[in-house]
Design a protein around this ligand. Sequence first.
Ligand SMILES: [Zn+2]
Length: 359
Amino acid sequence: MLIPLGHDGLVVRDEPWIVMSWAGIGSFDARCERRACPDDVLFNGPRGCTEDYPRSMIGTADQVIRRSVFDWLTDQRAEHGEGLPRSILESFELKGQRVPLMGPSGIWKPAACELPISVSTVTSGPYSDTYDDLTQTLRYAYRGTDPLHRDNRGLRRAMLERVPLVYFHAVARGLYAAAYPVFVVDDDPGALFFSMQVDDLAAALTAAGSGHMIAEDEGEPRRAYVTATFRRRLHQVAFREWVLRAYRESCTLCRLHHVPLLDAAHITPDSDPEGEPLVSNGLALCKLHHAAFDSFFFAVRPDYTIEVRPSILTESDGPMLVVGLQQIHGQKIHLPHRAVHLPDPARLARRYEEFTRAS
Ligand SMILES: [Zn+2]
């Protein structure tokens, strides 16, 4: 049974249809059928029949909004860091018109846009990952269970027309990491989720040419790489937010309380297979103490006592050496309130062994 969707549906110009079947629902371009594409295109979208999918048919105004949003988000990240508060994301304006980038539902289409502008995760934290290693894609659940829900149709159309979106992943309560441009690359009506990939903004624009925000098929390896990179950035951002919050946004050694000057340091390095982004594998340290910690100028013993390298203790230099390094020797670090956030003594012990070998 074929049901044309008309102007509110998938396609206007190229006679696309929605196909209803026992297996669920998929979508395809009528031109694919003429060119005898494999059946799986019905459910696999652009991956199954890449060159036959129509180019973007959204209007210029919508494309201008998306491009402006990407530039604006880049500025916001430079100003506020990688974790962006929801209040900022809801404040975006273009030519005096407010265009909130997030709304009450995860799939969000502002009134000014023809198609959804963003998708956002509901859960937060470093463990709410929805990355699929096998396909190197981000999985995003349908809104509800109805594949024909307006929001799901909107994302499906974004997939068919290769319209770029923003992906917001909550890294802490009310705080989001943003990835853009993100393309919907697959639709799984059986499992009720879409697959998405992040692209490199400059490369996507170059590939698209003429300023059109369209993903090119040869960009797939690039998108897989960028998506994997985003996932790592997501973990780092979440780790930083969680660690700094656990330590009440101050250095665990010197109590410095300026967030731009603070880092979340790994006890077991993240390059180590056991260097998971757990708060118990972190210490909130100011920039100076982070660098000194990484260079084994000091260590934190498993009983949370600071031990400074003997050669540093006997050195003579200015006040920074005295106050910043020599006087912290023998002190206890300032600990998080929650027991689950305490630095893992076993990790500190392993780190201390390396410190003694390096000293
Ligand atoms: Zn410090």
